[in-house]
Design a protein around this ligand. Structure first.
Ligand SMILES: Nc1ncnc2c1ncn2[C@@H]1O[C@H](COP(=O)(O)OP(=O)(O)OP(=O)(O)O)[C@@H](O)[C@H]1O
Ligand SMILES: [Mg+2]
Length: 361
């Protein structure tokens, strides 16, 4: 899969950009605050309809303007695909696939990306919410229905929380919400479990390619794997902790409370891993994600590397650049090109960005 071109109109600090991306490897170079992350964010948004920086679409609109537009031309499995997102402040966003309006679910299965930014390097030190967000975003690249399920689940959870906060709690309504939590929640847990076992096949191998000193693994916190067992265990836990939920006036049971545990030699990596080991874990996860998407979809996703090379030591930088296969289009941002070996630079297209405007280097 290759993103051949990108057009931005009033997206963040980019007023009007038209970028030819029809190359294997692209580096966008620029000083701080010029728009490097904005460009990668727009590409990620074009593929996933979400951003790690904000959940408010209005933030993408260039200050003082009343909407934005992103267009991309994609080459995938021998055919051209065009994508477009059009948003104006007084209307909802319009998604177009090959010029025709479409639904978010349908739209999201068209274009796959893996975004790796410096923020991801904090995954192990972050909150359980950060880890669930990482997992859910990665899952949605392969199973687009996952996002819709999460939205549905969160709506039920909010309704249940409102009920738990009310003065006279209707017990039969609480049972209705709990049953809905069992149905949507067990599907979410099942998909997360399934994805983790699939990702492990690739990520553990990547880790041992970089470091053979310790054995890496990761697990989801819920200890059941089959959908019926998950539903049964969830229903039982909701029943057992009902009085706790009533006392705390909040939903304490369900996939919104789960976590992912990372281990090195069977010890908790969040507590004992060195900074370098943390980075190796995240690098192995991201590279594993690329291979997993490629194996499921039959083509490699577009890899977006936002400033991460500067954060990795020589060993990990080299491993990353060497292990990106030829057919993985890679778009890299960096403050300079000093980090890259001459060999690598010979085969890349380099753009510079300044104040939201792009030029050829
Ligand atoms: N909606 C918006 N409208 C206009 N400008 C915006 C908007 N959102 C962000 N910006 C500005 O875009 C600029 C570039 O941001 P970006 O995060 O892309 O920088 P960067 O090149 O990645 O910098 P760094 O190297 O520090 O990461 C910032 O000055 C930011 O204030
Ligand atoms: Mg940046």
């Amino acid at each position: 899969m290759r993103l051949k071109s990108l057009k931005l109109n009033n997206y963040r600090n980019c007023q009007d950009i038209s970028l030819d991306l029809d190359y294997d490897k692209i580096i966008i170079v620029g000083k701080n605050a010029q728009g490097k992350t904005n460009i990668l964010e727009s590409i990620y948004y074009l593929s996933a309809l979400k951003s790690p920086r904000t959940s408010n679409i209005k933030d993408f609109v260039k200050f003082g303007e009343n909407g934005f537009n992103i267009e991309g031309e994609l080459y995938k499995s021998g055919t051209d695909v065009s994508l477009e997102i059009d948003y104006t402040l007084d209307k909802t966003k319009v998604l177009k696939l090959n010029g025709l309006k479409t639904t978010p679910k349908n739209y999201k299965s068209a274009f796959n990306t893996v975004l790796f930014s410096t923020q991801d390097l904090l995954l192990l030190r972050g909150t359980p919410q950060d880890r669930r967000d990482w997992l859910d975003s990665a899952i949605a690249q392969i199973y687009p229905a996952h996002d819709e399920r999460l939205t549905k689940y969160n709506k039920i959870r909010v309704q249940k929380n409102n009920l738990l906060k009310s003065e006279n709690i209707d017990n039969s309504l609480l049972d209705v919400f709990n049953e809905q939590i069992v149905i949507t929640g067990s599907n979410i847990i099942y998909t997360r479990q399934k994805f983790i076992s699939e990702l492990k096949k690739y990520a553990l191998e990547k880790y041992s390619d970089i470091s053979t000193n310790e054995k890496f693994s990761f697990e989801y916190s819920f200890k059941h794997f089959e959908i019926d067992d998950i539903a049964k265990a969830l229903r039982q836990e909701l029943e057992e902790r009902k009085s706790e939920e009533l006392a705390r006036h909040q939903a304490c049971v369900g996939p919104h409370r789960d976590d992912i545990f990372f281990s090195l030699d069977e010890k908790d990596a969040t507590k004992f891993a060195s900074q370098g080991q943390h980075r190796t874990v995240v690098l192995a996860l991201k590279l594993g994600e690329i291979d997993l998407i490629a194996s499921k979809k039959g083509y490699s996703p577009v890899l977006l590397l936002d400033d991460v090379l500067a954060e990795l030591d020589d060993l990990r930088q080299n491993y990353l650049l060497k292990s990106i296969s030829k057919n993985t289009q890679t778009i890299i941002t960096s403050v300079d090109t000093l980090l890259f070996e001459e060999d690598f630079l010979r085969n890349v297209k380099i753009y510079t960005i300044s104040n939201g405007c792009i030029a050829l280097k």
